[in-house]
Each structure stands twice: as structure tokens, then as C-alpha cells.
Design a protein around this ligand. Structure first.
Ligand code: HEC
Length: 254
């Protein structure tokens, strides 16, 4: 009897937790993510993303599972382009080569002091955050907030420790809060000071970076469809051979 009630208690708890968590999550992130329209067939976009990444992100964030030359081959970058994105140095202060891992130059201990948190390696961020939509929304959701150490906050990552590193390109957004008086609050962002890029250009940049980071999360994605089709073709040919063999073996038996 005791065991039975224990089981019942466990079941109730599990059910309770399972239903409570989605609700808690939904309540925590009142912001809807924007559709990043991730397109892994668009190599030009991913290649642009790789260049932006090297220029604006590698200073702080490593991609410790990626090598420059693998990225170059996958995305169709030529030798000149790949050289132009190598800025980092390894621990012996030797300039990284095209076969080097994409490790950021920043020592993580110093970084933790500067930003409060060390900038995480972004190899798997597209997977840990479940989608490219999160990255795209994050990159486009910085806004002015003078109460924060870097003067910015972020709609999808509250009190983030990262500065708005793309401010020069995007400009600065301001938060507008609308309350309909019935407890329904919507938060939107408005571009207050334009940057060097137009809204459309910056949007494309955020999509390029997102495509690149989704690719980096699982480089094999680019080849998976190709191997899938190859496997199906093989199975088809094998089926014909097997069928002909079967006919040959059984032709005298009736
Ligand atoms: C000056 C250093 C710096 C630069 C440059 C920088 N970041 Fe960050 N980034 C950070 C720090 C620090 C965090 C951790 C923030 C926190 O946890 O509060 C972070 C967090 C992130 C996260 C969230 C990771 C997660 O899942 O928690 C993403 C995504 C990200 N950065 C993307 C980028 C991209 C893309 C670029 C280039 C456009 C970039 N960052 C440039 C410092 C930097």
C-alpha cells in the first residue's frame, strides 16, 4: 500500500512538473522570436556570415570545433578570402594558419572580469538555443538601457553581459512598452539612431550570421541530403540486382 501511494505521488509530481515548466517558460519569455528563415543551401550567405563572425565576434567567441580550412571548403571560400578572415593567434602567439582551430584571442579569465561572464564558445549555440530564430532575434534585439554596464540590454536575453558590438552598423534601438490596461504588455523596439547600414542590410547581416552559426553547429548538415540521395540510389540499384538474381535462382523451380 505504501509503495502504491509513493508511486502515485511520483506520478503526480512528474505530471505536475511537466505541465508547470512550459507555463513557466512561456511566462518568462514574453518576447516572440522572429523567423530567421535559415537557409543552408545559401553558401554565399553563410560565407558572408563567416566573414562577419571573424570581424565582429571572434575577438570574444571561439568556435573550438571548427577549423578555418574546413569552413572554407564547406562554404566555397577561396584562399584569399580565408586568409582575410584569419586574425587570431594561438597560445604561442603565432598567427593562426588555415588548418588552425577557430579559437578566440581573448583569455577567458580576463574576459570573465571584463564582462561578468566569459563569452561562451558559440559552436553549439544554434543547438543549445534550439533554433536559429533565437540567434537572429538576439542579434537584432539590443536596445539602449543606461542602467546596464554597457548601456544596452536585450529583449530576448535580459541583462545580457555582451556589449552591442554591431551598434556601428545597426545604430541604436529604443524600447517602447505598450500596456493595454488589461495587464497585457507588449514590448517593441524602434530605431532611434540609425547606423551605417539600412534596416534591410542589417537584417540580412543578422541572417547571414545566423545561417553561419546554424551550419557551424552541425557542419554535416550540408552533406546529409547528398548522402541520403546517394543511399536511396544505391538501394534502388541493389533492388534491381537482387530481383534479377532471385529470378535467376528460381527460374527452374515451379
Ligand atoms: C566584446 C566581447 C564580445 C563580442 C565581440 C561578442 N560577444 Fe557575444 N557575448 C559576449 C559575452 C560576455 C556573452 C555572455 C553574456 C551573458 O551570459 O550575460 C555573450 C553572449 C553571446 C550569445 C549568447 C550565448 C548563449 O547561448 O548564452 C550569443 C549568441 C552571442 N554572444 C553572439 C555573438 C555574435 C554573433 C557576435 C558577433 C556579431 C558576438 N557575440 C560578439 C561577449 C561578446
Amino acid at each position: 500500500m505504501k509503495l502504491k501511494s509513493l508511486k502515485l505521488l511520483l506520478a503526480t509530481l512528474t505530471l505536475g512538473l511537466a505541465t508547470a515548466f512550459p507555463v513557466a517558460n512561456a511566462a518568462g519569455s514574453s518576447v516572440e522570436l522572429k523567423d530567421a528563415q535559415v537557409d543552408l543551401d545559401n553558401k554565399l550567405s553563410m560565407a558572408r556570415g563567416a566573414k562577419y563572425y571573424a570581424n565582429y565576434c571572434m575577438g570574444c567567441h571561439s568556435l573550438k570545433f571548427s577549423r578555418y580550412n574546413r569552413v572554407a571548403t564547406d562554404l566555397g571560400l577561396d584562399d584569399e578570402s580565408i586568409k582575410s578572415i584569419i586574425f587570431t593567434r594561438d597560445e604561442d602567439d603565432v598567427m593562426s594558419k588555415s588548418g588552425s582551430l577557430m579559437i578566440s584571442a581573448i583569455p577567458s579569465k580576463d574576459a570573465a572580469n571584463w564582462f561578468g561572464t566569459a563569452p561562451p564558445d558559440l559552436s553549439l549555440v544554434a543547438r543549445s538555443r534550439k533554433s536559429g530564430d533565437w540567434i537572429y532575434s538576439y542579434l537584432t534585439s539590443f536596445y539602449k538601457d543606461d542602467s546596464r554596464p554597457f548601456g544596452v540590454n536585450n529583449l530576448v536575453f535580459e541583462n545580457v553581459g555582451m556589449p552591442h558590438v554591431l551598434q556601428e552598423l545597426q545604430g541604436m534601438q529604443e524600447l517602447e512598452v505598450h500596456d493595454d490596461g488589461h495587464g497585457h504588455v507588449t514590448k517593441t523596439l524602434k530605431l532611434a539612431e540609425p547606423g551605417k547600414m539600412s534596416v534591410g542590410e542589417f537584417d540580412q547581416l543578422a541572417k547571414d550570421l545566423t545561417n553561419f552559426l546554424v551550419y557551424v553547429g552541425e557542419p554535416a548538415q550540408l552533406h546529409r541530403t547528398y548522402y541520403g540521395i546517394l543511399t536511396l540510389l544505391f538501394l534502388f540499384v541493389f533492388f534491381i540486382v537482387a530481383y534479377l538474381l532471385k529470378k535467376e535462382f528460381w527460374k527452374d523451380i515451379h
